[in-house]
Design a protein around this ligand. Structure first.
Ligand code: IPE
Ligand code: IPE
Ligand code: MG
Length: 245
């Protein structure tokens, strides 16, 4: 049984972001601080994923998008990539029942079909098992890169234009928006990056246009329900203007 998340930082009247995205960074440094192998940091990171997804549900966040593996993470040593893939398999096997039970709708963004066939099957099965759910959305970014996402849209629109199916003059922001991997999710309200790094690392570049950005020093394995509640409370203090007054 999990204990109820500590969400006391969020005032009852606070505006809850509909869609939060998290760049879960700092697993390696967390492990290094403890003289542990990097994989220990990734394992602890999975535990943080559990805590934070539960807390997001408890807060009433409609969609949570987690950056789990970027299209640039293939540059890491083969052994580390293998460890990350192993943890992904474990996570799906151990946590899918809870997601189904909690009415979560699982989505994947990114080109995950480049992963090993057994992972592709596991992921497809997991998404299918939550497809008839009606509750919060959990999107996991696997082999995701925003530039590749946008380039694929440009390519597809160009093909449609050449085939005479799309008038180039009709291509606008709405059309691109609807072609994004995140088209089914609410607009991105809050983007959090842990570990003190202040960059987007090719995550949701289009979607972040008017998202509130929050960079925290906490390393991802130490990020928990209270940290998410603090982030949501900070979001509640922001004034969003969208270019207006
Ligand atoms: C984030 O932690 C997890 C992934 C990128 C998969 P890192 O592995 O990037 O940890 P640091 O940045 O080396 O501390
Ligand atoms: C971003 O973290 C990717 C994920 C969290 C999955 P990285 O650790 O890969 O980013 P950089 O290399 O520091 O920009
Ligand atoms: Mg990192």
């Amino acid at each position: 049984m999990s204990t109820a998340p500590n969400l006391t930082a969020v005032p009852a009247t606070a505006t809850i972001p509909r869609h939060i995205a998290i760049i879960m960074d700092g697993n390696g440094r967390w492990a290094k601080q403890r003289f542990l192998p990097r994989v220990a940091g990734h394992k602890a990171g999975v535990e943080a994923v559990r805590k934070v997804t539960r807390a997001a549900r408890a807060l009433g966040v409609e969609a949570l998008t987690l950056y789990a593996f970027s299209s640039e993470n293939w540059r890491r040593p083969e052994e580390e990539i293998g460890d990350l893939m192993g943890l992904l398999r474990l996570f799906i096997r151990s946590d899918l029942d809870e997601l189904v039970r909690e009415n979560v709708r699982l989505r994947i963004i990114g080109d995950y079909r480049r992963f090993a066939p057994d992972i592709v099957n596991l992921v497809d099965d997991a998404v299918a098992r939550t497809a008839s759910n009606t509750g919060p959305l959990l999107a996991i970014a696997l082999n995701y890169g925003a530039q590749a996402e946008l380039a694929a849209i440009a390519r597809r629109l160009a093909e449609h234009a050449v085939a005479g199916e799309v008038d180039p003059a009709a291509i606008d922001a709405d059309m691109i928006e609807q072609a994004l991997d995140t088209a089914a999710l609410p607009p991105l309200d809050l983007m959090i990056r842990t570990s003190g790094e202040q960059r987007l690392s090719n995550f949701l570049l289009w979607q972040a246009a008017y998202a509130e950005l929050l960079f925290v020093d906490t390393l991802w394995p130490d990020f928990d329900a209270a940290a998410l509640a603090a982030a949501v409370a900070a979001f509640g203090q922001r004034q969003r203007r969208y270019g207006g007054l």
